[in-house]
Design a protein around this ligand. Structure first.
Ligand code: ZN
Length: 90
């Protein structure tokens, strides 16, 4: 277990597993409520799509593009952040 490449490999595998667990748990996923199909986590008002920032694109690649991340903003409480949705619905 002193091989640095093996350690790096284990870290990468662990990172990928954590990402898939977060995806499975629906972490950062779009929230659906009775008012809309994408609502604010703070006030349940409908979110509006806004342009992604440079760091959002870096983050998107760092998470191995398994999250279909888009930036949204709430018009009511000024909440802003990234949300993702599943590309294909069953
Ligand atoms: Zn809000």
């Amino acid at each position: 277990m002193t091989d640095p490449f093996l350690k790096l490999f284990i870290i990468i595998i662990g990172y990928v597993i954590v990402l898939f667990i977060l995806r499975f748990l629906g972490f950062g996923k779009k929230q659906v409520c009775e008012n809309c199909n994408n609502c604010c986590p703070d006030c349940s008002f409908a979110l509006k799509r806004i342009q992604r920032k440079k760091q959002d694109k870096i983050f998107y690649h760092l998470t191995l593009r398994i999250f279909n991340l888009k930036r949204y903003r709430c018009a009511e409480c000024a909440w802003q952040g990234l949300k993702w949705e599943e590309k294909y619905r069953p």
